[in-house]
Write a protein of this length. Structure first.
Length: 117
């Protein structure tokens, strides 16, 4: 079983949570959510009876979580992906993956290589 954390509890997260949180994807499940907006995070956590945190930096270990889906606003994708990788988690990033090729995409690739992810 692959356990997922959703980083960002906005509009697109609803679809991811529905699929992962209701067993619609064999071998995958929603284990935690993370959002700086405490109210949104708490609503998702309560609905799916999972853990929640305001920042992955507060809970980088998230026991048992192997993949973080980065579902935050596009301008934050690179920073959140790099942080995910630095915490030793695999990452899935919504489109666009990066806003700039040289700065953002290169940083993400370097972090992935360094983390072996």
């Amino acid at each position: 079983m692959i356990n997922f954390t959703l980083r960002g509890c906005g509009r697109i997260a609803k679809r991811h949570a529905n699929l992962l949180g209701t067993g619609q994807i064999p071998g995958a499940r929603l284990a935690a959510v993370c959002d700086e907006d405490r109210k949104r995070m708490a609503c998702f956590a309560a609905r799916y009876q999972i853990r929640g945190c305001e920042s992955l930096d507060d809970r980088p270990e998230l026991p048992g979580v192997g993949v973080v889906s980065v579902l935050t606003p596009s301008g934050l994708h690179a920073d959140h992906a790099v942080r995910t990788l630095k915490h030793g988690k695999h990452g899935v990033v919504e489109e666009p993956r990066a806003l700039t090729l040289v700065e953002d995409a290169a940083r993400m690739i370097e972090a992935a290589d360094a983390a072996g992810r």
